[in-house]
Design a protein around this ligand. Structure first.
Ligand code: 0X9
Ligand code: ZN
Length: 415
């Protein structure tokens, strides 16, 4: 009898959890190619409506926009009226999410080997960090830099083979739904520890690495349990029904100036104040503590295949703009060599859009570390945020190749 009740309870609670999941049936992602400034403005306004989500922000070349089934008719009228150039990129969001759940299921069984075939839950990622620490006791150590709003630890791996060397900090997962970012930072981590390419191994051995795969753990878990397309942190906002802040608009450098919203319901809400989020506070405090040795900072996002450098807050160039461009170009060329994947290189403002309050801008502008980059990983919109996990390994390999060039070109230029 007891066991029957137990089974009943388990199944009903499972159904309850399932029922609470956000669904994206018949949500369609369109690509719009704006023909002029006026159309860009229109699309930006459109993006503020309920049932409309801009997957990429509006820029000159294109914008990807997800429309709920309820909004479709209005959307098509809008397209007609303003003569917008649209094409369908993802027919049905839920279909891709269902496929992804099917593929990823096995890895949620406890004790399964960590490999790069799946997207993992936070506990699996953290367990793997400890396993690596045990496997490489002389060079690897798990570090905890603070806690998220919901109390999850923000953990990373410190890898160091030499004393007093230059430090590289890698940030992944500030945006929750960009799952390829934590996966890729884990891939880099594995190749920093153990690399069959001896040139890469020797180069990587020279540095002191801090790698944080999931700096927004609440958001990341929420994308696994409740809403696959969640982007922000999970702190409630006073006086609003909407949760969360965009961590990459929350840093204290030209905070809330451009490409950022003051509306808590917006995907790019900058927060009530700079560093209002425990996650960005923890990360920035840690970065500051490394200031003296910090040589390079790299943040990982998706998608669009871009390698970006500061600034996002202004069209004005960073002092070392030409160097950053040259380093970025070298990295992009090296990346292309493996699978012919192309990444466009440039400053945020000139390449995509103005956006202030990012970690990357803050590292250059406040911490004054001259080498600060952001990767926007695969793909170019075929799957967008819902990139299948069989792309983790190819993406990781080409990114590690690009990293080798990123570092050596910077060294060549005297950094
Ligand atoms: O808008 C962002 O924060 C990033 N794009 S994403 O689609 N992953 O959200 C771009 C970050 C570039 N850095 C700056 N805005 N400075
Ligand atoms: Zn992002």
């Amino acid at each position: 009898m007891k066991s029957i009740i137990c089974v009943l309870l388990l199944t009903t609670s499972a159904i309850w959890i399932e029922a609470k999941r956000e669904r994206y049936d018949e949500y369609t992602v369109y690509r719009i190619k704006p023909k002029n400034e006026a159309q860009m403005k229109l699309i930006d306004e459109l993006g503020k409506n309920e049932g409309v989500d801009l997957w990429t922000k509006v820029r000159q070349s294109y914008v990807d926009i997800m429309i709920s089934p309820k909004q479709k008719q209005r959307f098509h009228e809008f397209v007609e009226k303003h003569d917008l150039d649209i094409s369908v990129f993802i027919e049905n969001g839920q279909k891709l999410i269902d496929d992804e759940v099917k593929v990823n299921k096995p890895n949620h069984r406890i004790g399964l080997e960590f490999n790069f075939l799946y997207y993992y839950r936070l506990d699996v990622i953290y367990r793997h960090l400890y396993k690596l620490e045990a496997q490489y006791p002389d060079i690897a150590k798990v570090v905890t830099i603070g806690k998220s709003y919901e109390g999850r630890k923000i953990k990373g791996l410190h890898i160091s083979r030499k004393q007093n060397t230059r430090t590289i900090i890698i940030e992944g997962g500030i945006h929750a739904r960009e799952w390829i970012a934590p996966a890729t930072t884990m891939f880099i981590l594995s190749r920093v520890l153990n690399n069959s390419n001896l040139n890469q191994q020797n180069l990587f051995d020279e540095f002191n690495w801090y790698i944080f795969p999931v700096v927004n753990p609440d958001g990341y878990e929420y994308t696994h349990t409740t809403d696959r397309l969640w982007r922000k942190t999970r702190q409630p906002n006073n006086g609003s029904r909407c949760f969360g802040t965009d961590g990459n608009r929350n840093f204290d450098f030209h905070w809330r100036e451009i490409g950022v919203s003051s509306d808590p319901c917006s995907e790019t809400y900058g927060g009530p104040s700079a560093f209002s989020e425990p996650e960005t506070r923890a990360l920035s405090d840690f970065i500051k503590s490394q200031k003296d040795n910090l040589w390079m900072y790299v943040a990982f996002h998706s998608y669009s295949q871009l390698l970006l450098f500061p600034y996002g807050y202004t069209s004005e160039h960073a002092e070392n703009n030409d160097d950053l461009q040259s380093i970025g170009n070298a990295a992009s060329m090296a990346l292309f060599t493996r699978f012919n994947t192309s990444y466009v290189v440039g400053s945020v403002y000139e390449t995509i859009y103005g956006a202030s309050g990012s970690s990357m801008d803050w590292v250059l502008g406040v911490v004054k570390t001259p080498l600060s980059f952001t990767y926007e990983l695969r793909d170019k919109g075929r799957f967008g945020f819902l990139l299948p996990s069989n792309q983790i390994t190819p993406c990781g390999k080409e990114i590690v190749d690009s990293f080798e060039a990123l570092i050596s070109q910077a060294e060549k230029l005297g950094y």
